[in-house]
Design a binder for this molecule. Structure first.
Ligand SMILES: Cc1cc2nc3c(=O)[nH]c(=O)nc-3n(C[C@H](O)[C@H](O)[C@H](O)COP(=O)(O)OP(=O)(O)OC[C@H]3O[C@@H](n4cnc5c(N)ncnc54)[C@H](O)[C@@H]3O)c2cc1C
Length: 428
């Protein structure tokens, strides 16, 4: 349980809480259809700002708001920070090529990349601007490569250069392509170190983290958001605590829409539909050294950027992620993150031919199942790609509530820029 001790927030076990405060849990009331039927019996606390979700975006937001002098409490249902999508991605710092000009994705990716490289240098977060090649492996793909060059230039990505196949293959002798777009600004970073640093900075600015704490629902009352929370796993259907806040940032990633639907007073018309696309990675085994020194990406496919080569800072080579739409996911599954993250080894059969289009020397039997991540998408198969959605009172009319929806790639790259935007726009 959470409780305030003077200016500090403390966590207690439910038993300790009972012995200090009496058995409030006995008089807890059920939460019915997202609204507490007996909020007056719950332990209550006031806190200025609550960030829901300690993924990379929630952490960046918490750090920024705490740096700007706000009292911040970060709640996460998991037992630590960054355990969901933020630790299940390619760890690539994107340059900002793929996104529609003037979209939030384009704007935040470009600004976020700048802030991220600066942050990594200042705080000695392991990173490497190794550059990337987006490759056309047949002449039919060249117009798509030209389009990417055009988009990237419109978005203001510097240093982009179109290479003839032989130039790219001179840079990367294992590569086969007919043309390539070189993006020198792309790179890789150690996401865990980055998130750890954000946690440390937020804590130094008096932010408090409460893990194993699930936000069940909320309601708006007297221009304040009231959140109902419980210990994860203990009683997922009953609130144990009520938080009365001036500002709530819903950065719950895959569960953001499911949670928003549980905010009484928020019109559901403002909650976009959720779609989920799993992406699996396979690692390369048995190679004495990585076959490439740069990131190598094919032409993007529907729902993803194509099965690409990513290197991590230890030289591990991984291929992925592919795109597998997850059908029939209800809100309960996404709310509690009940997704299946297993990598089916059979999927390797599809990876080999995809990868051999640009890396023909890939040997049979060298791909091993790695890990998977799930993209929190706002549009489904055969629909146009969507932008990030960041909604405050000006959109949905609920004071003190900011919802972040569809923070898929390039969310990691954009995290510091999203945080900056939220602080600039929503702090009063
Ligand atoms: C396969 C894949 C590859 C990617 N590659 C890249 C890349 O190379 N570069 C890039 O820039 N981006 C990439 N991304 C995107 C990036 O990983 C995400 O945009 C980013 O991690 C999202 O962070 P987040 O904080 O919004 O969400 P998350 O990391 O999912 O965090 C959300 C948190 O909210 C918590 N939570 C949820 N519901 C509740 C609740 N009710 N109460 C309390 N806590 C709750 C969860 O426990 C979780 O910790 C990739 C994504 C995927 C899926």
């Amino acid at each position: 349980m959470l409780a305030r001790q003077g200016r500090k927030w403390m966590r207690f076990s439910t038993e300790t809480w009972k012995s200090v405060n009496g058995d409030a849990t006995n008089s807890r009331r059920r939460i019915v259809r997202g609204v507490s039927s007996g909020a007056e019996t719950l332990a209550k606390e006031r806190v200025d700002t609550v960030v829901i979700g300690a993924g990379v975006v929630g952490l960046a937001v918490a750090r920024e708001l705490s740096l700007r002098g706000r009292e911040v409490l970060i709640l996460d249902a998991a037992s630590s920070f960054g355990t969901v999508t933020s630790s299940r991605n390619s760890e690539v710092v994107h340059a900002g090529i793929y996104y529609q000009p003037n979209s939030l994705k384009a704007k935040f990716c470009i600004r976020g990349r700048e802030l991220l490289y600066r942050y990594c240098s200042e705080y000695e977060i392991p990173h490497n601007k190794i550059g990337k090649l987006i490759v056309a492996t047949g002449s039919s793909e060249i117009p798509k490569l030209d389009l990417l060059m055009h988009l990237g230039t419109q978005n203001g990505v510097s240093g982009l250069r179109m290479l003839e196949g032989f130039e790219a293959m001179r840079m990367e002798p294992q590569l086969r392509c007919v043309k390539a777009l070189l993006s020198p600004e792309s790179g890789i970073l150690d996401t865990h170190s980055f998130m750890l640093s954000l946690v440390g900075e937020a804590e130094n600015n008096h932010a408090t983290f409460s893990y194993n704490t699930v936000v069940l629902n909320g309601r708006v009352d007297d221009k304040k958001m009231h959140l109902f929370v419980a210990e994860t796993g203990q009683c997922e259907a009953e609130a144990q605590f009520e938080l009365i806040t001036n500002l709530v940032v819903n950065s719950a990633g895959l569960g953001a829409q499911a949670l928003a639907k549980r905010f009484h007073g928020l019109d559901h018309r403002f909650i976009p539909s959720s779609h989920y696309a799993r992406g699996c990675y396979f690692t390369l085994s048995g190679a004495k050294s990585p076959p490439f020194s740069k990131l190598v990406y094919p032409i993007p496919e529907e729902g993803g950027l194509g099965v690409h080569v990513t290197l991590d800072l230890n030289g591990l080579v991984k291929f992925g992620p592919d795109v597998e739409w997850i059908e029939c996911t209800d809100d309960q599954s996404s709310f509690l993150n009940k997704f299946d993250y297993r990598v089916n080894p059979q999927r390797a059969e599809k990876f080999y031919p995809e990868i051999r289009k640009y890396y023909p020397d890939l040997k049979d039997g060298t791909l091993e199942p790695g890990y998977s991540g799930i993209r929190p998408k706002l549009t489904g198969p055969k629909q146009p790609t969507s932008d990030f959605v960041i909604q405050g009172e000006e959109t949905h009319g609920v004071p003190g509530l900011v919802n972040l929806f569809g923070i898929e790639s390039p969310g990691l790259t954009s995290s510091l820029a999203i945080a900056e935007h939220i602080a600039n726009k929503f702090l009063r």
